[in-house]
Structures are given as C-alpha cells and as structure tokens.
Design a protein around this ligand. Structure first.
Ligand code: ADP
Length: 550
C-alpha cells in the first residue's frame, strides 16, 4: 500500500510540475510576443510618417537591424528592403498582410518556417500614395525556444523528480504510519483518521460476533465432551485425512491412549491391519464392522462414513465392549452342546437295553439287571432335566418371593433326605452350630445345602464323615472325602465340569450341582469359599450377607 501511495503521489506531482512548466512557457511566450507586436506597430507608425514625408531617403537614413522593412509599390513591386536587393525580390501583391492593407488600410500576418523553428510576424500599412510599408520581425518558435533551453529544462526536471521522490516517500510514510499503528483489539480507541470510523465500527461488530460464535462453539464442545465422555461406548471422530478430531474417555481406555492423540493420525493409536482395513472401507463410503480382541477383552468396532454435501467429511468409529456378551454366547453354545451330549448318553443306554430285550437277546436271569439299568438311566435323565430346568430358571433371574429361612432347619431336612445315600456310603453326617435366619428363597437355600451335602457324601470314603455347621450367617460343609485337586478347584463350579467323569457318573452326578449352588449363592448376594486337599477332604463355606436383626 505504501508503494502504491508513493507511486500515485510521485506521478501526480510530476504531472503537475510538467503541466506548470508547459503553461508557464506558453504564457511567457505569448506575453513577450504581444510586447514585440506592440513595438512593431509603434515602429510602423513612425516609419510610415517618415516615408510619407521623406520617401526612400528616410528609409536609407534609417539604420534598423531589429526589424525588416519592406516598401511595396501599389502593384506589388518591392521598392525598398533593408535586408535584400529589391530587384531580386518577387512581387509581394499576393502576401496576405499586403492584400489586407490594400483593402482596409492595415494588415497583419504570421508565417512559420518550414522547419517550424522560426515564426515571422508581419504588419503592413497603406500609405497615402497607395504604396504599402511593411515591418516584420522573426522570432524562434516556442519549440525551438524550448529546444534551445533543453539543458536548463533537464536540470529543472531532475530537481523536480528528486524533490517529488523525496516528498512522495515522506507523504506515503506519514499516511501509512497511523494505519500501521491502529490498535485492532480496541478499534474505537484509535483517532487517526475520521474516515476510518465506519470501518472500525464494523470491526467492533465483527469482534463481538466472533466472540459470541467462539463462546457458542466452546459451549457446544463442552456439551459434546460431557455427553461423549459419559458414554460407555468408545467414540472416535476422524477427519477425511484419517486424523483424530475427537476421542472420548471410553475409546482412550480401549486403545490405551490419552487426549494427546487428538490431531494425530489414527495409525499412531492403532496400527493393526484389522482397524486399518475397517477405516479404509469406511473412508471409501461404506459402513463396516469388525470384532477386535485387545488385552483379553473383545470389542465390536463399527465404522461409519460421515458425508457432508455429498463429500466424505470423515469417519465415526464406535467401540462396544462385548466381552461378557461374547463369553455368555460361548457358554450358551457350550451348554447346548453339553446338554445334548448329556441327554444322549443315558438315552442311548436305555435304547440299547430296550432293543436287546425286544429282540429276546436277554436271558431271563439277566432281565432284572437290564430293567434296573433302564430305570437308573431314566432316573438320571429326570435328574438331569430337573437340574437344567433349575439352572435356566436361575439364568432368567426371575424375582422369587423371599422369606426368613432357618439354615439349621433346612440343613436337617437335607440330611434327612440324604440319609439313605449316607447309609449306603456308610458316611456319618452331623449338623452342628445354632439357628441362623436368612432372608431368602427357601427352595434355593435348600438346593445349596442339599447339593453341598450330597457331594460331601458322594465323594467321600466309606466310613467317612460330613459336618454341616451353621454359625451366624455362614454355612460350612466339611467332609473327609477324596478332595479336589488344586487345578480343578476353580473349575468345578462350571456347568458339566467333573473332576473324574466316570466316578461322577457312577454316583449319578450330572455335573450341574455346583453350578446351581453358585447361582443360588449369587442370587442371595452371598460368597462361596472352598478349601480342599486331595485325600483329606473338602470344606466349602457359603457366607451370607449380614442380616438385619428383627
Ligand atoms: P456332580 O453332579 O458330578 O457331582 P457337581 O457340579 O456337583 O457335579 O460337582 C462337580 C465336580 O466337583 C464333581 O464331579 C466332583 O468331581 C467334584 N466335587 C464336588 N464336590 C466334591 C467334594 N465334596 N469332594 C470331592 N470332589 C467334589
């Protein structure tokens, strides 16, 4: 801008200087020309009077060098000329000033030389005898005059240019300085140019508008962060170049990163081929999904393209933790496979025995054994189906009516019910401790005591002992049985898990007893603890939450 102002000022001042010079030259030239013409007129008047009285003698006596005097006869013949021989001069009748003098008494004329370098002014006067006296003087034309003064003009021009340059530079700087010093943060505090007031006022309005928009943007961002940070799903917003625009807390946890990754490429957070392919597909405008296993957990990743006015604006990546869901799904699949297997085994045995009997291949003596097998396998099937039904009821988590249940009373009931098994195994069962009332579902509490006691008898040695102890809110079943090897202890609560399949089968076990116990314990908010040593026995405790004394 400084340069532009400088150039304009310089050009204007140069044009003004040149125009002034031209105007001054023209004015002076015409002024001096007029003075000379007046003198010429005065000289002509004097000379006319002289010639009227003395004729040619007067002219010969004159010694004039400033003007040219020509005396022309009435027929145009030159009678006298102070610069040339009249006899050699052509007839002057056709000269305009002569013609004019002949008709009006006086005439004038101006002629420029062919080179334009000289101008000649003519004044003619008609004398009383019909002759014409003409005076003329030549002067240089204005161009020749200027040409003759070129060195002076060049010097003046150089001085003018230098002065214009210096002035233009100074002026341009002084115009720009206040503009450079404008305080744009406080527009109205500037008093440099009045003309800037509308601009500065507009600037204030824009300042206010920008402040307002920034505030709004900040509010929205805070709102967005508050919403996304409280989401349990991970959310990452990516720009069209793959850079992270926003990442919520859950996503930081999934990818093991922090807020510093914002602005960086997604590659810096996860380099796995799986995620890269997922994003690549989303970048090409297609919704895509994948399951990602990370740090022992499983996540479902959904990547959706964000389209703005038909153009890809970025990608939204959502991460759901599906570890529990996947585990339950796996367990469900395993359970279904196990159930069919467990059901098929006794059924095949029943069908096999029945077929043999049907085909008359069983001797009469063996018949009771076969019938007894069919009966025991059928009983096993019924027990299994009962256990499965109980487990699925517990799985559904249906709310069941609770009541005050005396652990001592139900323990005695269970021991009573299991006494045939205890006598069969020659196991001595005792119930010790005192009454303890638990707020719970009687049937489920009975299941807990019954299953633990049944296992304690089943997996006991002949002549072994079982003790059911109730103290405060804890039920402990201790046996002197075979014990559970340490590597199996954490798994015996899984469905269909058995330490020794054949032994369990012999004792009619389904592998679901401890699963039912675990579920029933969880249903009551209780805790289960196991202590077992192979050959010595097992101690399983169920600790119920503290009960309000009523
Ligand atoms: P099952 O119907 O086979 O008894 P459970 O779920 O009740 O199934 O028990 C799972 C497995 O844990 C049993 O097969 C057995 O091997 C083992 N087990 C359970 N209780 C005892 C115990 N008191 N002593 C030794 N082993 C036990």
């Amino acid at each position: 801008m400084t340069k532009k102002i400088f150039r304009s000022i310089f050009l204007v001042s140069l044009i003004v200087i040149l125009a002034c010079m031209a105007a001054a030259s023209a004015f002076l030239y015409s002024y001096f020309s007029e003075i000379q013409q007046d003198q010429l007129q005065a000289e002509l008047t004097l000379a006319s009077q002289g010639v009227e009285s003395d004729g040619e003698n007067y002219l010969n006596a004159l010694n004039i060098t400033d003007y040219r005097i020509t005396w022309v006869g009435a027929d145009g013949t030159v009678l006298y000329d102070n610069e040339a021989n009249p006899d050699e001069m052509e007839n002057h009748l056709d000269r305009p000033e002569v013609q004019e003098a002949l008709s009006t008494g006086s005439g004038s004329g101006v002629r420029t030389s062919s080179t334009l370098s000289e101008r000649t002014y003519y004044l003619a006067h008609l004398l009383s005898d019909g002759t014409i006296l003409r005076l003329s003087y030549s002067t240089e034309s204005v161009f020749a005059l200027l040409g003759g003064m070129w060195y002076a003009i060049v010097i003046v021009l150089i001085i003018a240019v230098v002065l214009s340059l210096a002035l233009a530079k100074r002026l341009a700087k002084s115009i720009i300085r206040p503009l450079n010093q404008l305080d744009l943060d406080h527009p109205l505090e500037n008093d440099s140019y009045e003309e800037l007031t509308p601009l500065l006022t507009r600037l204030i309005q824009q300042h206010r508008q920008i402040d307002h928009q920034l505030e709004e943007l900040h509010d929205r961002q805070t709102e967005f962060s508050a919403v996304t940070d409280n989401m349990s799903e991970g959310l990452i917003l990516l720009g069209s170049d793959g850079s992270i625009l926003s990442i919520n807390r859950a996503a930081m946890k999934v990818f093991g990163t922090d807020g510093n990754c914002v602005g960086k490429d997604m590659l810096t957070v996860d380099r796995s081929r799986q995620v890269q392919e997922l994003l690549h597909q989303a970048m090409s405008g297609e919704h895509s999904e994948t399951i990602l296993s990370k740090d022992g957990r499983e996540y479902q990743l959904n990547a959706s393209p964000i389209v703005n006015d038909g153009k890809l604006g970025g990608v939204a990546l959502l991460a759901f933790d599906i570890t529990e869901k996947a585990m339950m799904e796996r367990q469900r699949r395993e359970f279904s496979a196990n159930v069919s297997h467990e059901l098929k085994t006794p059924l095949h045995s029943i069908m096999g025995s029945a077929e043999l009997i049907e085909n008359g291949l069983v001797k009469a003596d063996d018949m009771p054994r076969f019938v007894s097998r069919i009966r025991s396998e059928a009983t096993r099937l019924v027990t299994l189906i009962d256990d499965i039904i109980r487990l699925s009821q517990l799985d559904e988590g249906i709310e069941m009516p609770k009541e005050q249940v005396d652990l001592m009373a139900i323990s005695r009931e269970a021991v009573e019910a299991l006494s045939p098994l205890a006598s069969e195994k020659d196991v001595e069962v005792s119930v010790t401790g005192g009454h303890s009332y638990i707020s719970g579902v009687r049937r489920l509490l009975y299941e807990i005591v019954f299953n633990l006691c049944e296992n304690a008898i089943k997996y006991n040695k002949d002549g072994g002992k079982v003790d059911i102890n109730i103290s405060k809110n804890t039920l402990t079943v201790t046996d002197t049985g075979i014990g559970i090897p340490p590597e199996h202890q954490s798994r015996v609560f899984e469905r269909f898990y058995r330490v020794d399949k054949s032994h369990s089968r012999e004792t009619g076990g389904t592998g679901l007893g401890l699963s039912i116990v675990k579920h029933a314990v969880l249903y009551h908010g209780a805790e289960i603890k196991m202590e077992s040593h192979v050959g010595d026995g097992t101690k399983i405790s169920v600790i119920f939450p503290e009960q309000d004394d009523k």
